[in-house]
Design a protein around this ligand. Structure first.
Ligand SMILES: Nc1ncnc2c1ncn2[C@@H]1O[C@H](COP(=O)(O)OP(=O)(O)O)[C@@H](O)[C@H]1O
Ligand SMILES: [Mg+2]
Length: 340
């Protein structure tokens, strides 16, 4: 049963203690590459005749190969807007789990929750009750971003700017404000420059979660980002609306943010057993061969459970198939140079 239910907070279920094995492994105790290879080679590969045995063996292999992996630091801060005007396709889940994976890989990560629903804030265990300094104050009142930044309890290098219920009015309030499309970008630019000037560690990744619409909040996110990550749910209608999304991105690129480009597409809630998912996946890969990550995210109960504990699946159940998939996707993202 939920223990609290404050306004702006989702019901809070007891937090699961963070597993020390996958989250807090000190770098100096990590096994060396050769050792990892030896472990991988020693894993039995014969008895994979049942789907469960095959899945377990595969998960163990993935876990071992990810265990000692720290992610490459990008040359400059990568600012990635996670967008798709469809609801429920995995934007928030992707934002928080990619961010947690990158942070766990040793990088400094900032999540900006730019959706009035505040789901990313909930999943990261961040207080976002009405009145807490948030992206609303930044966008509408011009408050410094630094005033709204909070640390994520599970990952020391993960920061979050939460969204409160106030943000639901921002779409209308922004209309009459000057430079309404560039307010988030300016605030982030100032924040990153101030950190530099103060000698604070550089933020390696900024991930901006978007609402399911193409209104001013999403436009602000597109003007802020240099890259767009589009999660696509492997279901019928998946590609419907995609051309409108791409057209919007082109317009932003032409008029407001020439650097913006779709760098990454991630297939989410993939169920390899259905022909439909396979068809959607191959269609997406055919259209966007350079952007689509090799890793797809399977449907996983643990992934959907984690937010109700105020956690990402990376800390909630680090050895689950869903956590492994997000960590692999994050590794892939970090290994790809930003492309046009
Ligand atoms: N890989 C997954 N496996 C199972 N459930 C998922 C997965 N990804 C997302 N979900 C669930 O699907 C719903 C929609 O995901 P969400 O990330 O909130 O989408 P969006 O932000 O695009 O609206 C949520 O309830 C979430 O927990
Ligand atoms: Mg969302």
């Amino acid at each position: 049963m939920p223990t609290t239910s404050a306004a702006g907070m989702s019901p809070q279920y007891p937090r699961k203690p963070t597993s020390s094995s996958a989250v807090d492994v000190p770098r100096e105790t990590w096994v060396r590459d050769t050792h990892t290879r030896e472990i991988l080679e020693s894993l039995p590969s014969g008895d994979e005749t049942t789907p469960l045995a095959a899945q377990l063996a595969e998960d163990t292999r993935r876990r071992v190969s990810l265990q000692n992996h720290s992610f490459a630091r990008p040359e400059t801060t990568r600012i990635i807007t996670v967008a798709n005007q469809k609801g429920g396709v995995g934007k928030t889940t992707t934002t928080v789990n990619m961010a947690a994976s990158l942070a766990q890989g040793g990088l400094n990560v900032l999540v900006i929750d730019n959706d009035p629903q505040g789901n990313a804030s909930t999943a990261l265990g961040i207080d976002h009750r009405a009145g807490v300094p948030s992206v609303y104050e930044v966008l509408v009142e011009g408050a410094p971003l630094a005033e709204a930044v909070q640390p994520c309890p599970d990952f020391p290098t993960l920061l979050c700017v939460p969204a409160t219920i106030d943000l639901s009015g921002a779409e209308i309030e922004l209309v009459s404000l000057v430079s309404r499309e560039t307010r988030l970008r300016r605030a982030l630019d100032v924040y990153l420059a101030d950190r530099d000037a103060a000698g604070e560690p550089r933020i390696d990744y900024v991930l901006v979660d978007c609402p399911p619409s193409l209104g001013l909040l999403t436009v602000n996110a597109f003007v802020t980002g240099r890259e767009v990550l589009i999660p696509i749910q492997c279901e019928y209608y998946a590609l419907e609306g995609l051309s409108q999304l791409l057209k919007t991105i082109q317009l932003i690129q032409a008029h407001l943010n020439p650097e913006l480009h779709v760098s990454t597409i991630l297939l989410t809630m993939y169920d390899s057993r259905t022909n439909l998912a396979q068809q959607v996946a191959s269609e997406v890969r055919e259209h966007f061969p350079d952007q689509t990550l090799v890793t797809s995210i399977p449907r996983s109960v643990r992934v959907s459970e984690a937010p109700s504990h105020g956690q990402t699946v990376i800390s909630y159940e680090p050895s689950s198939t869903g956590a492994l998939a997000y960590r692999e996707a994050a590794r892939e993202l970090s290994e790809r140079a930003a492309r046009g």
